[in-house]
Design a protein around this ligand. Structure first.
Ligand code: NAP
Length: 644
């Protein structure tokens, strides 16, 4: 895969009929933006065409069938003309016009800081928005004497590798598995797919011909694998090695990183900077249920799916109804004779009709040929799936019954989601009630589905059990009401030890300070990236950088890597031994984060989730808009650090 950004489109050589056929699959709001760029005319949007900003996830954003037909016809004419003129480069639109287009696509007035953010992020100026210039000015011998060790060859670790490679800085990635992909390698349960739209779950410099709107695990693993090969990262990866411990030496400013292979053979690496890219969701969590190990049949966690077990014709119990369970249960139900789902808390699920759809050839053609289509399409998804939802997660302190919904917008979302449950399961009020969470929408991750999950619950061979689990026995489970559930196989879809960041690595800062002891179950970092007391240590997908609804985790990793690269540049440019975040800066920042998390749906007291630690503090999530993280990670403020 060659680097492919948003301005790489192919010339149009196809016939009129082929253009018309492809346009049948177009996202029409996106076409409006492309048409404006093709013609330079803002007539359509100034003429009163409006999208309905409340129609999130309706990709046509409420445009009427007549409007859609008209836009497609006008675009067909403009594309024919563009083709006949030899596909010339298009003059750029000025900022006022771009602002109007962004406002058209978001259906709302955008403040100036938003506008700047989107224009930069969307690379309308043709820049690599997350890349970092300036490394070319650093002498080669300085770069060559610098070495970075990254732990993890998942989405974030590979990204860090790509940027270091681009900058010409030597690095080694240590990866426990024998292949890349991280979470997209570990999670091979049936039905596993991304729940952010594929076209926002990609690196900004590596667009991909995604075959599905929400791609499946094998496709994602292939994407990361191709990126690792094509961007030259594979030779830098030490596969089959785990980081056992890392110790910082104050005298030299170097991390001593001890890695171990599967045979227990240890090797030592030396690093000027140590980047953890192990993520938040890599340590499967088994439930603390009496008798858990007594079950004699096959039993495994969703993230450690046992492919050798054939579930056909079996009686299967699944504990948990989170994101993983919701994806795997409909698939298991297709094979098994009987499925019993043990649900403690129902999830909120956002309906997305295209969830299991393939991207049709026509839309691939549009993405690859229509000038700016890929860019505007990315922007629309970024908005619908990200910032556009932010208003519905923030608390309105005057709104009553905060335990059910946190604001009028959040209540409207609640009603919409309950309606969609009814649409799938009918008016059986007892079942609707069982499936309706008590907590506010977005108190936990808002799942995405096309109704398959709800419909699978209606099958005769599927039982939804809400009684608590009293114990696990050799033959199955016993619930609090004394009922015995005999099964042949047991699946734990019970989540991860999310707040054990960097676990089980032993990380020792100056003076032998242990990161695990410093954090306990209350991990904190500045910007989720740097930690006082641990110089030249950087985290990706670190504390308080997870998102519940607002956007794709790749956005956070791109911002995080950009920030880390700025820190590394500073170390090299100034010939520094180390850079360490100031404690007061870190503490003040965390106060802001904590307050922010109290002001959003997932901070509510009645929500129990993997986002919170035992004390109820939200350790995992970013509470603000994406714009805020973008601005904070755009450049390093040297005053935030002790430089040595
Ligand atoms: P999860 O969201 O933590 O869900 C765990 C489930 O197990 C919950 O339903 C939980 O109930 C239940 N559970 C835990 N302990 C239990 C016990 N002792 N008894 C009964 N039930 C118990 O885990 P996950 O589904 O693996 O998802 C974790 C995260 O991974 C997601 O939030 C998401 O960020 C990510 N993910 C993403 C995708 C994707 O992109 N497609 C797919 C899967 C996962 P309670 O709710 O009552 O605690």
């Amino acid at each position: 895969m060659a680097a492919k950004g948003y301005f790489d489109w192919e010339p149009i050589t196809e016939s009129d009929a082929a253009i018309d056929a492809a346009l049948e699959y177009a996202n029409v709001p996106v076409l409006v933006a492309c048409l404006t760029q093709l013609t330079g005319s803002l007539e359509l949007i100034r003429g009163g065409m409006r999208i309905d900003k409340n129609r999130t996830r309706d990709l046509q954003c409420g445009l009427s069938p007549d409007e859609q037909t008209m836009v497609k016809q006008l675009t067909a004419e403009a594309l024919r003309d563009y083709r006949d003129r030899g596909c010339p480069s298009l003059p750029p639109l000025d900022k006022t016009a771009l602002r109007e287009l962004l406002q058209f696509l978001t259906g709302q007035t955008l403040e100036d800081d938003y506008l700047e953010f989107y224009l930069e992020e969307s690379e309308f100026e043709g820049e690599d928005a997350y890349g970092l210039p300036g490394f070319e000015a650093i002498p080669d011998e300085v770069k060559q004497s610098f070495h970075v060790v990254i732990v993890g060859a998942g989405m974030s670790g590979l990204l860090a590798g790509c940027r270091l490679k681009q900058a010409g800085v030597p690095f080694t990635i240590v990866e426990r598995s024998l292949a890349v992909g991280g979470t997209w390698l570990d999670n091979q349960y049936p039905g596993c797919r991304v729940d952010s739209p594929s076209h926002v779950f990609e690196y900004s410099f590596a667009r991909y011909p995604w075959p599905q709107y929400y791609c499946t695990q094998p496709v994602l693993q292939r994407y990361f694998s191709e990126c690792a090969t094509d961007f030259g990262i594979v030779p830098h990866i030490r596969f089959g090695h785990e980081v056992e411990r890392a110790e910082f030496d104050e005298g030299s400013g170097l991390w001593r990183v001890i890695i171990r292979d599967a045979d227990g053979v240890s090797t030592e690496l030396s690093a000027n900077a140590f980047i953890s890219a192990v993520g938040q969701l890599n340590q499967p969590k088994l439930p603390d249920i009496a008798g858990r190990d007594d079950f004699t049949g096959p039993a495994f966690h969703s993230a450690r799916w046992d492919q050798s077990v054939d579930l056909s014709g079996k009686r299967v119990a699944v504990i948990g109804t989170g994101a993983s369970a919701m994806q795997l249960i409909p698939e298991v139900a297709e094979q098994a004779r009987d499925v019993r789902i043990f649900m403690r808390t129902p999830p909120w699920i956002y309906p997305s009709p295209s969830y299991r759809h393939d991207v049709p050839d026509g839309e691939h053609w549009l993405i690859n040929h229509v000038p700016h289509y890929a860019r505007w399409y990315h922007f629309l998804l970024f908005w619908l799936d990200g910032e556009g939802l932010y208003a519905s997660v923030t608390k309105d302190p005057c709104w009553p019954h905060q335990e059910r919904s946190v604001s009028p917008e959040n209540q409207a979302l609640r009603e919409f989601l309950i309606d969609s449950i009814k649409q799938e399961v009918g008016e059986d009020s007892a079942l609707v009630e069982k499936l309706t969470p008590e907590h506010a929408p977005c108190g936990k991750r808002l799942l995405v589905d096309d109704g398959t999950w709800y419909r699978s619950l209606l099958r005769d061979d599927v039982q939804l059990i809400t009684e608590g689990i009293e114990r696990i026995t050799s033959a199955g489970l016993v619930t609090d009401d004394g009922a015995e559930h005999e099964v042949d196989a047991l699946v734990f879809a019970t989540g991860f030890h999310a707040s054990r960041f960097l676990w089980p690595m032993e990380i020792k800062g100056p003076g032998g300070r242990d990161l695990r002891d410093s954090w306990g179950d209350d991990p904190r970092a500045y910007l989720g990236v740097v930690v006082p007391g641990f110089p030249n240590l950087f985290c990706l997908y670190g504390p308080n950088t997870n998102i519940v609804v607002t956007g794709s985790t790749i956005f956070f990793s791109e911002c995080g890597v950009h920030y880390i690269m700025s820190c590394l540049r500073l170390l090299m440019e100034r010939g520094l031994r180390s850079l360490e975040c100031r404690r007061d800066v870190h503490d003040a920042y965390n106060e802001i984060i904590d307050q922010g998390n109290l002001d959003v749906a997932w901070g509510a007291e009645n929500v129990r989730s993997w986002y919170k630690n035992k004390a109820g503090r939200v350790t995992q999530n970013w509470p603000f808009r994406l714009l805020e993280y973008w601005n904070r990670t755009k450049a390093v403020n040297t005053a935030d650090f002790e430089l040595r």
